[in-house]
Write a protein that binds this ligand. Structure first.
Ligand SMILES: [Ca+2]
Length: 312
């Protein structure tokens, strides 16, 4: 190596060996860099998209967090405590970033967008603008999304080629995991100080904690790494897919129209999917990979939803 190169090199930290590239390596490296540069995707200048995970913006009065395009493993590994059938892992690629509501849809948002609440309040689902919507069936969540899309376009905040929808299961789990591979976005345990569920039954050895036995105001618990609150617990959240026993993998999986292949219940019914656990559950159903079916015509106070904004 030429002497001047040694002099210009930064001083090595004690104990750390400085990597050195022999001259035979420099040309291949240079070529590799050029190839990468040539194949780099063109930069999209979509001013509506976020630039990094967790970026926030507000549209039609809904706070949103950016979930960037990416790949992840959906479902739970075989060794995950309390895992259930139907969680076998698949690889998923989401080719487009999307915005997900920072909170479960609230009663205040519903009243502003739709008028009267969709269903009864209960002792466990108290009234209040900051409490989540519950007792809402699938069609009603879709009507909310459609109205929200109209409002966003009227105000000019939502581009014409973007819409509000329910998340697919894949988008829901991707956003819930927020880059994590553990059972919860907070790690491999869950206590009721981190999410609203039955604190006497924490997940995987976490300390027991308080139990509200009712809905909490949205955002009462810590956010996941992308800024999303209550992905674990509080209310279950409707997803737009028809429930299939096997998780959908591949590129941008979306089982919204896949009714024919949907898995039937023992009564012969097909269902949409709900995710995330609720205030009445033990810790284990709050896992990122846990999934349950629910017939779209039905409603329950502990089942709500949150919206995403996606590019068509
Ligand atoms: Ca939730």
């Amino acid at each position: 190596m030429a002497k001047f190169e040694k002099i210009s090199a930064p001083p090595a930290h004690k104990g750390l060996r400085q990597p050195e590239l022999g001259s035979h390596m420099r040309i291949p490296l240079l070529i590799a860099c050029c190839v990468v540069a040539l194949h780099a995707p063109a930069v999209h200048a979509d001013p509506f998209a976020g630039s990094k995970a967790g970026d926030e913006r507000q549209v039609a009065g809904i706070k949103l967090c950016w979930c960037p395009a990416g790949r992840f493993t959906m479902g739970s590994p075989r060794g995950e405590p309390e895992r259930r059938p139907g969680e076998d892992q698949v690889e998923v690629t989401l080719t487009k970033g999307f915005w997900m509501a920072k909170y479960e849809a609230t009663q205040g948002q519903w009243k502003r967008v739709m008028g009267n609440l969709p269903g009864e309040l209960t002792a466990e689902l108290p009234e209040g603008d900051d409490y989540p919507v519950g007792n809402v069936n699938f069609a009603e969540t879709e009507a909310f999304c459609q109205k929200l899309t109209e409002l966003g376009r009227e105000s000019g905040e939502l581009p014409k080629d973007w819409v509000f929808r329910l998340p697919t299961e894949a988008r829901w789990e991707y956003a819930c995991r927020a880059g994590t591979t553990t059972a919860m976005s907070f790690g491999d345990k869950l206590s009721s100080r981190q999410a609203n569920f039955n604190g006497a039954k924490p997940y995987n050895g976490a300390e027991p904690g308080p139990s509200l036995n009712r809905a909490a105001k949205v955002g009462s618990y810590p956010a996941n790494p992308w800024g999303l609150h209550d992905m674990h617990g509080n209310t279950y959240e409707w997803c737009r897919d028809w429930y299939h026993r096997r998780l959908p993998g591949g590129k941008d999986p979306d089982l919204y129209s896949a009714k024919e292949s949907a898995t039937k219940s023992e009564h012969g019914d097909v269902s949409r999917v709900r995710r995330g656990g609720c205030w009445a559950d033990e810790g284990w159903p709050c896992r990122s990979a846990f999934r349950l079916r629910f017939e779209p015509e039905r409603r329950y106070d502990h089942i709500g939803f949150r919206v995403v904004a996606v590019e068509l």
